[in-house]
Write a protein that binds this ligand. Structure first.
Ligand code: 48N
Length: 309
């Protein structure tokens, strides 16, 4: 698809004012000239070229909470050659990691997951067995910025996965082969309008990190049950920090061919405990999911986004 030619740049030398607030302080601050269509075309050209190019991705990550973002960072770091597409239903990515617990801002991360904080450059206070980031938003905004700075990661927020692409693969097994998407506001309003059909993204590996709560929590785990690929949900158990965090990390895995679960979605899929306001397992599970995805990609023959051998 030939790129859409943008209007020629209207910004000539004399019309590009200097960025000097003091000089312009006396009420004559000016911007370079613009036409509305330039802004519109600047967005349209880029976003829809991205949609076109990512219609076949190497890995789709569903959910940009702490697990999904940690996974995206790790996978993009390990494999800068992979086209990683991160889909987030909310306008605001970050999931439940903007606050610690009960709307309090400090975030607790148990060792050894504090090593990830040092890797992405987030300061913390060391409390011995765990560390405390002064505000959860410091962790989430830093991680989000690092993920979005990765050239091979595209994030589409306000975009919901409303189904899974499920094929019979070369072995005759049911395999997740991508996701079905729609604008979230459309996905949440299917019962208010006649059919508003979705779109698709094909990928050999889908990593679902949709959490355990919210309007679409544990989306893929629930879809496996309703699609007849899993008998029933395990349903998240009561809070037990000591058991929950290792259980989530150690059970991060490919639950059916082509679908990896990570983060709190696993607690609903497997029925393990919840850990409450401690986030080390989300980081470690996301990192493990990245390694599982790397293993699948490295051991599969993939043609046009499909596993064929
Ligand atoms: O933060 P969450 O909900 O999920 P995780 O697994 O990344 O982190 C969970 C963590 O915040 C906890 O719950 C903590 C540790 N507490 C545990 C406890 O015991 O209470 O992020 C999931 C993201 C959200 O941003 C959703 O908007 C998004 O996934 N999402 C989706 N995005 C696209 N399509 C969907 N169908 C969808 N469903 C959810």
């Amino acid at each position: 698809m030939a790129p859409i030619a943008l209007d020629k740049n209207l910004c000539t030398e004399e019309s590009s004012p200097k960025y000097d607030l003091v000089e312009n302080y006396e009420g004559n601050y000016r911007f370079a000239p613009i036409e509305e269509a330039q802004v519109s075309r600047a967005m349209i050209k880029r976003y829809f070229n991205t949609m076109y190019e990512r219609a076949v991705s190497d890995v789709v990550i569903v959910g940009a909470g702490s697990a999904g973002l940690s996974c995206a960072y790790q996978l993009a770091t390990m494999h800068p050659e992979l086209k990683i597409t991160l889909l987030e239903a909310s306008v605001a990515p970050g999931g439940g990691a903007w606050l610690g617990g009960q709307l309090m801002s400090p975030m607790v991360i148990r060792k050894p997951a504090d090593g990830f904080l040092r890797e992405i450059g987030v300061d913390y206070e060391d409390e011995g067995a765990f560390v405390v980031v002064k505000h959860a938003a410091l962790f989430t905004s830093t991680l989000l910025s690092k993920v979005l700075a990765k050239p091979n990661v595209v994030m589409m927020n306000a975009t919901a996965v409303e189904d899974l692409i499920i094929h019979e693969d070369f072995r005759g097994e049911q395999r997740v082969a991508g996701v079905v998407t729609n604008w979230t506001l459309v996905a949440l309003n299917h019962d208010t309008q006649s059919c508003m059909d979705p779109n698709t993204i094909t990928a050999p590996v889908v990593i679902s990190a949709t959490g355990h709560d919210g309007p679409m929590g544990a989306f893929s785990a629930k879809r496996l049950v309703s699609a007849g690929l899993k008998k029933e949900l395990g349903n998240m158990r009561g809070l037990d920090m000591s058991r929950a965090e290792p259980a989530i990390v150690n059970s991060t895995r490919e639950v059916i061919p082509g679908l990896i679960l990570t983060g709190m979605e696993l607690s609903e899929h497997d029925g393990c405990n919840r850990m409450g306001p401690t986030f080390g397992a989300m980081i470690a599970s996301g990192i493990k999911a990245a390694h599982v995805a790397s293993g699948i990609i490295g051991s599969s023959k993939i043609v046009r986004g499909k596993v064929v051998g």
